[in-house]
Ligand binder design. Structure first.
Ligand code: GLN
Length: 548
């Protein structure tokens, strides 16, 4: 069942959701990796959806896309950002995907005529997938985050997989509980350990006890509280690690390491790590925290929650990419959310954009707020405010340019107006059949595609390369019939697919605008703190240069 020589770390959450399991898992990975042990990270989502592609970002946060086109949970983005590794679809599973493959195997007669029982079959499938991911990544340790909270029904079979592995290989498996430790009282400094004790009881009920508890609280835990949790939860001294709130998530591995987490894990897993440290990571965090030059970036979104509260989770990779680029340039970006619908209701409010050093129009779907975004693109183009369009943001810039420079007043995307006479953004023929069949799951251009860059363009200079690979998630493209006219009027398609059919980057030349660029792909999916994305760097640089 276990793979010889492989070590397994499982991360589960206690007390409530949103305690930071994703960042904790990524941080554990970073610590092990920085000390010379190769890791891979997996995410388990305990819902029936086969992947995250069919979910609205307001439901579940951003849909993260991997090189191989897998549409998955935003935590996969955290893993890639912290580990600076490209992960694959094997690293992500849901209840739906696990059942689907077991059922497919049953249909293929792969169980030799036997009755197929939920236990052990489903846990075995889960373990098999973890082993596959380890093999693919050539890793020594698999860190697997189990979504949800202990004590709920949904993740029980995943916990059973942990139990099955652990009874067979007690020295190869470490179970980490990330638990919330609330504070009572006005000052809020009296930390309460009881909810964590209850979470551990829930784990006990399924035959497990944590080996390590990461105690998430608004402040670091004092020794008394640590000792209490250790005693009540049958742990040894040193097994409770503080996970205080931080201003910058990249500090988390540093805090854990300062509290002794790496040594604890290595001891429990019987690993002697090569003697490395987190020097490069620590320096990056210090650089980010010490950056002073402020730049005001407006992000025009539409995935807002109730009221004007923005669901930052819907744009998490965009936010992180801005921060990575800022850190590398000594800038502290201030992100301000702008609701695109506001510009539709009140066009005069476009004047507000003057206060910004740069504007990002991120990806999106559907008609809500689109006219507001088109108005923003026009304003930024005319007023020479740096503009960076991500996927929909590139399509919107193309629509705006067609309407206001080419004079095609009804130019639109057929996603919104299927009957427009000027479908400057349209669906490619090969995708049309799927849509007609209402087969929406995984019907987009998904994952990594190569693109060629035009010599001397802003894009080519930013990347310092002539060929790139970037990740996509969209159905529509710039309609080839309009390319000649758009180019003639000055919109430069500086990135195209190798066959020249698909427009991947559109930009205005430096002589016309300080920075006006849209990418059909999602550069935010490939930015990492130790390796910021070149287009974000170029954008923030332009914002800082024109600072008001
Ligand atoms: N809605 C657009 C399309 O499907 C853009 C998608 C996106 O921004 N991810 O082509």
């Amino acid at each position: 069942m276990s793979k010889k020589g492989t070590k397994y770390i499982f991360v589960v959450g206690g007390v409530m959701s949103g305690v930071g399991k994703g960042v904790a898992s990524a941080s554990i990975g970073k610590i092990l990796q920085s000390r010379g042990v190769e890791v891979t990270a997996l995410k388990i989502d305990p819902y029936v959806n086969v992947d995250a592609g069919t979910m609205n970002p307001t439901e579940h946060g951003e849909v993260f896309v991997l090189d191989d086109g897998m549409e998955c949970d935003q935590d996969m983005g955290n893993y890639e950002r912290f580990l600076d590794r490209d992960l694959t679809r094997t690293n992500y599973m849901t209840t739906g995907s696990v059942y689907l493959s077991v059922i497919q195997k049953e249909r293929n007669l792969e169980f030799g005529g036997k009755q197929v029982e939920v236990v052990p079959r489903i846990p075995l499938e889960i373990i098999e997938r973890i082993n596959k991911a380890v093999e693919k990544a050539n890793a020594k340790v698999a860190i697997t985050e189990i979504g949800g909270t202990v004590g709920e029904y949904e993740n029980i079979l995943f916990l059973e997989a942990v139990r099955m592995l652990k009874i067979k290989n007690p020295h190869d498996v470490v179970l980490v509980l990330v638990s919330y430790v609330p504070a009572l009282g006005a000052g809020g400094n009296e930390l309460k350990t009881k909810p964590t004790q209850h979470a551990v009881r829930s784990l006990n009920a399924v035959g497990l006890n944590p080996d390590i508890i990461l105690a998430r609280a608004h402040i670091p835990l004092d020794d008394k509280r640590k000792a209490k949790i250790e005693f009540m939860c049958s742990l040894e001294k040193g097994d409770v690690i503080s996970a205080p709130n931080v201003g910058n998530i990249y500090e988390v591995p540093v805090n854990f390491e300062n509290d002794g987490l790496g040594d604890r894990i290595f001891m429990k897993l019987d690993i002697v790590p090569p003697n490395k440290d987190m020097k490069e990571w620590r320096e990056m965090v210090t650089e980010m925290n010490n950056a002073t030059k402020s730049v005001r970036i407006g992000i025009v979104g539409k995935y807002f929650g109730t009221g004007e509260f923005v669901l930052e989770d819907s744009y998490i990779s965009v936010i992180e990419s801005v921060r990575h680029a800022g850190g590398a340039l000594g800038c502290k970006p201030e992100i301000i959310w702008l609701n695109s619908e506001q510009f539709e209701k009140d066009p005069k409010s476009l004047k507000e954009l003057d206060k910004f050093d740069g504007i990002i129009v991120p990806g999106g779907f559907g008609s809500r707020g689109i006219e507001g975004k088109i108005a923003v693109a026009e304003y930024c183009r005319k007023e020479k405010i740096p503009y960076f369009g991500l996927c929909y943001g590139m399509q919107i810039a193309t629509i705006e340019f067609s309407r206001n420079v080419l004079g095609l007043k009804d130019a639109h995307t057929t996603e919104i107006n299927p009957d427009t006479k000027n479908p400057v953004i349209d669906i490619m023929p090969e995708q049309k059949k799927n849509l007609k069949d209402k087969n929406f799951g995984a019907t987009m251009r998904l994952g990594a595609y190569p693109a060629l860059l035009k010599k001397g363009s802003i894009a080519a200079i930013a990347y310092g390369a002539s060929e790139i690979s970037e990740r996509h998630r969209h159905r529509y493209e710039v309609n080839p019939e309009y390319i000649e006219r758009l180019s003639k009027e000055g919109l430069v398609f500086s990135g195209t697919s190798p066959d020249g059919r698909l427009m991947e980057i559109a930009e205005l030349p430096k002589s016309k605008h300080p920075f006006y660029l849209g990418a059909q792909f999602h550069p935010e999916l490939k930015s990492r703190p130790l390796n910021p994305h070149p287009l974000f760097v170029a954008f923030i640089k332009a914002c800082a240069a024109g600072k008001k």
